[in-house]
Ligand binder design. Sequence first.
Ligand SMILES: [Zn+2]
Length: 221
Amino acid sequence: MKQEKAVVVFSGGQDSTTCLFWAKENFAEVETVTFQYGQRHALETEIASAISEALGVRHHLLDMSLLGQLAPNALTRGDIEIKQEEGALPTTFVDGRNLLFLSFAAVLAKQVGAKHIVTGVCETDFSGYPDCRDVFVKSLNVTLNLAMDYPFVIDTPLMWLNKAQTWELADRLGAFEFVRDRTLTCYNGIPAAGCGECPACRLRANGLATYLRESGREDVR
Ligand SMILES: [Zn+2]
């Protein structure tokens, strides 16, 4: 894959930053694309830009603010609380969000001459998003190739990893400290370890604790 070019769907969070390091390891040329859709925190796009710059990759910002019109939800509207009922989709859910993101990423990828689209979707910590499942990604891959008559490959390096294994992958890529210190996962817009209270922070912290415990990795903090 070394001669090939990839576009990474990039939010500046733990998962997509790990994917960015993975892509840099596996492809000759890498670019990132971030979708703006009324994120509560403009900081999210600032961090995505800063990380792209730090890693020397070209960063594209695409305006997807129409998502807010289509699906008012906890990410796009400050007045809706982020919560997840047992067995229900989280209130952050936007129907078809990943379908749309990957489709737009594909249009961009073809324009910049990239065959690979890298996304951090994951079926293991499955939070109920049907368009993050492996079967969906494979189906969309076929559809995109037919739609644009182009040999896209959608790469999902995190698909079967849990959060602890995602930390392990970051570590293997030499990106452990970078991911820990520079990314933003928190729904409350606090970088690195975040607020510690929201579902995203809890998932991240649990995965990190598990990885540190199971790997015996020295942790000076
Ligand atoms: Zn948080």
